[in-house]
Design a protein around this ligand. Structure first.
Ligand code: 6PG
Length: 255
């Protein structure tokens, strides 16, 4: 089975440049093809690894006005809280590029998490209707131009953790998750049908603490690996690219 393209980098600096180039190229291709770039982000180390986008040449060459920004997952905290993925992204990235603020679709923090998940799904549904976000030919799911994911040492992606019932979700696009083993415990996340409908998914993973999970996600190590959330990222039509540093790639069978 094709588990996607592997890009293993000698240094974090090299990875950062390759990731910025990759995002800039997809943005250019999407804007050319359909006039918009619908991108979903996650939290964690991913955001600082995207940092080169705020610098030359990207700051000038990327068509920021065409970006529509979403979150593949968010922690249930106020948007001003240090744990908020929105705040992380705003401080590190969005405040430094000429993005259109009405194109930034953060998750509502002033209603209950259940309501916020439903509201976010509704927002996505409206933007699918206007084709600001594309639509999957197969299941009418949103087809994001790019979904960016990190991965935890346990193999979680977005807020989809191992053995959690939300991994079986077939109908909802956005859902509220409790008992996340990574704090904070309450989160809102895209479901696998949305992730697997994207045109492109990038999984950005660095550091030796994740080497075992990378091995489990990519290699055939036995039946238990099929339950690893990161291994369930298998877009029906889209493309997956893994951005790894040498440490995260260290346990791969054949890097
Ligand atoms: C979150 C994330 C989560 C993250 C991974 C990896 O909100 O916590 O979206 O899925 O991407 O846990 O995080 P690190 O790269 O910081 O280890």
């Amino acid at each position: 089975k094709d588990r996607g393209e592997l890009r293993i980098h000698e240094s974090l600096d090299e990875l950062r440049t390759d990731l910025a180039d990759y995002i800039a190229e997809l943005s250019e291709a999407s804007v050319k093809e359909r006039g918009f770039f619908a991108i979903a982000l996650s939290g964690g180390s991913l955001i600082s690894l995207m940092g080169k986008l705020c610098e030359a040449p990207y700051i000038k060459t990327v068509d920021w006005a065409k970006w529509y920004i979403f979150w593949a997952d968010e922690r249930v905290v106020a948007k001003s809280h240090a744990d908020s993925n929105y705040k992380l992204t705003k401080d590190a990235l969005l405040s430094k590029v000429p993005i259109v603020s009405s194109h930034v679709h953060s998750i509502n923090d002033s209603i209950s998490a259940e309501e916020a998940a439903r509201e976010y799904e509704f927002v996505v549904r409206q933007l699918v209707k206007t084709r600001t976000i594309s639509v999957s030919e197969i299941n009418d799911c949103p087809k994001f131009d790019l979904i960016l994911l990190g991965m935890g040492p346990d193999g979680h992606i977005a807020s989809l953790f191992p053995n959690h019932s939300v991994l079986n979700e077939k109908d909802e696009w956005v859902t509220f998750v409790t008992n996340s083993p990574k704090p904070p415990p309450e989160r809102i996340t895209f479901t696998l049908p949305v992730i697997n409908s994207a045109s492109n998914v990038a999984i950005v993973v660095t550091g030796e603490s994740k080497a075992e999970a990378v091995h489990m996600a990519m290699d055939d190590v036995g039946p238990e690996c099929s339950k690893l959330p990161a291994r369930m990222v298998q877009p029906t039509k889209g493309k997956v690219v893994w951005f790894l540093d040498k440490q995260a790639a260290a346990k791969l069978d054949s890097p």
